[in-house]
Structure formats: C-alpha cells, structure tokens
Design a protein around this ligand. Sequence first.
Ligand code: ADP
Ligand code: TRP
Length: 322
Amino acid sequence: MCYNYLMKKILLSGVKPTGRPHIGNYFGAMKQFVNLLSSGDFDCYFFIADYHALNFIQNAEEMRQNTLDLAIDYLAIGLDPKKATLFKQSDISAHTELSCIFDTIVTMPYLMRAHAYKDAVAKDKEINVGTFNYPVLMAADILLYDTDVVPVGQDQKQHVEYARDIAQKFNSIFGETFKLPEPLIIEGVATVPGIDGRKMSKSYDNTIPLFASREEIAKAVMSIVTDSGAGIPENVFNIHRLFKDGKELKLFYEKNIGKYKILKEALIEDINAFIEPLRERRVELAKDEKRVIEILKESAVKTNEKANKKLVEVKRAIGVIY
Ligand code: ADP
Ligand code: TRP
C-alpha cells in the first residue's frame, strides 16, 4: 500500500434510495456533504446505495424512480458533479465483489452484534441475508476507495466501526491493504428528531421532507407532538433550532410560552424560507432526467477504473491473480 501524502484526503458517503430524503438526512449528513465538498479539502465520492436499498425496495419501477430522484436531490442540494464523483453503487461491481471477499473473514457472531440486526430480532422480523450482511457491503463501499472520512448521522457510527474492524482484520491476515476510515459526525445534529419526538426516519413516517411543499411543511409542523405542560415545547424547539440561531430562538420561545400556534406558525415560515430555493432548484433539475442519467453513466466509467485498481490490489493480496 502506498499513499501520496500530498494528495487530498478521501471522503465518501452514501444514501439509500428508499424514499424522499428528509431534514434529518439533510442536517445529519447531506449538509455536511455540501460543506465538506466546498471546503476544497477533500476528494469527494457520494453515491446512491441502491444495493443496500434492495433490502427494502423490491419493485423495479420504484427502485428506478427513487434512484433518479436521489440523484436529482444530490444535485439540488449543491453537489456539483464536476467537483465530486456522484455514482450509483450497482454500476461498480467491485463493491459486491469485495463484499464477497470480506464475507470469508467476517464471522456470524460479529455481525449478530449489529444494532440493525438486533433491532430486527427484537421485533421478531424475518431477516434476509442482505440485511444481515449489510455492514459487510458497507465496509466494501468505504474501503474500496481508501476512504479517510465518512460523514454520516449517529445511527451509522457502528457501521463505520465495522468497516475499520474489517480493514484491520484483512490487513492483519493479508498484509497492509486498507486505510482505516473515520466517521465524521456533527454534534447537535447527530440525531434530528421527527415530528413524534423519535429519531426522524423514513421508516417511522415522522418526517419533514427536504423538498416539501409549503402545504406539506404546514401539515407536518401542525402535527408535531407537543409535550403537555406550560414550558417550551421541546419537540418544536428542537426542530426549529436547525433553522434559526439558538439564542434568538430561545428568547422568542420564552416570550411565547404556551402559545403553540404562534410557535408552530413561525416554524412553518422558517422551514419554508429555507426549503423554497432548494425546492425550486430541484424542480428545474427534474426537467432534464436524461442529463441526470448521463451524469451517472459518465461517472461510472471513471469510478470503475479507480475501484477496479483497488480490487486488483486486493486480489493480489489474497492470491487469486498472478
Ligand atoms: P432513514 O433512517 O430515514 O432511512 P437513511 O438511513 O437513508 O435514513 O440515512 C441517510 C443518512 O442520513 C445517514 O448518514 C444517516 O445517518 C443520516 N440520518 C438519517 N436520519 C437521521 C436523523 N434523524 N438525524 C441525523 N441524521 C440522520
Ligand atoms: N448505510 C447507510 C444509511 O443507511 C448508507 C450507506 C451505504 C453508506 N454504504 C455507505 C453511508 C457507505 C456511508 C458510507 O444511511
């Protein structure tokens, strides 16, 4: 393994195309994508984790639409395909090939410690092998690009730790091949609450979509569960502070104690003011789906070259090529 220390650090992250992104995805992860890309300090890779999504979306038309939608979302938040590599996981077969190689060094008891697996067991869900193996494929996604940093929300921290462990184990068996990646988690937005106070998540139906219309924002905000009592409604405040400076906001909430309607109306205005320009940009981008497909196609060529190079290094290390 040979690194050029004059080169920029490598940053990689992905999102599953499992439905409309929400403000939790944005503040927890996607906003960092944009900021870190514009810092100019990183060589950035952002991808659409469609094989991860296949555990949840098993309908071709839905998969196609969600994938295209997420590519448009990436562009709309400001990920410039000229500055970052934007690609679709399934276009780069080295991800699944590397995952298959990792399967041989990862044990079942180790994967049984994963939060997502344990949750599924606790809920008595039938678990497919893809879900069980989810951390292994994710480790392949990350390690294939010699990634240094992985910006994610708190819920993905364990997955990045799995990637580090797998890299370490591989290196100790086959020799130094993989870099150890670090998660990048921003305090304060690590877990954005949903309108019911639990973690905002597509699977809990408690989201405020990132590109929501004004009506959708109003409907979601009006249904934020407010804690009884006359104090500051925590659930409303905790979402509001994403959009307004904390000090000023605290004063506003203190002045309007108990006046939930006024507080929620202010929140609707502030969310809408933030989302409006993103929404408008998205409408424009969505008019040219062909261009979006073209961007993914072009980047697949370049990304395959890079990923396949690393895969050759791995194959040499394990002794399957001469
Ligand atoms: P969901 O739970 O809605 O399905 P994903 O698993 O697609 O979200 O997450 C995509 C990215 O957004 C990940 O980096 C994840 O950590 C982050 N994320 C998701 N929900 C939240 C949240 N409520 N707060 C902060 N970050 C989040
Ligand atoms: N597991 C991530 C999520 O649910 C998506 C993902 C897949 C990812 N592969 C990744 C994130 C690699 C960062 C790096 O949100």
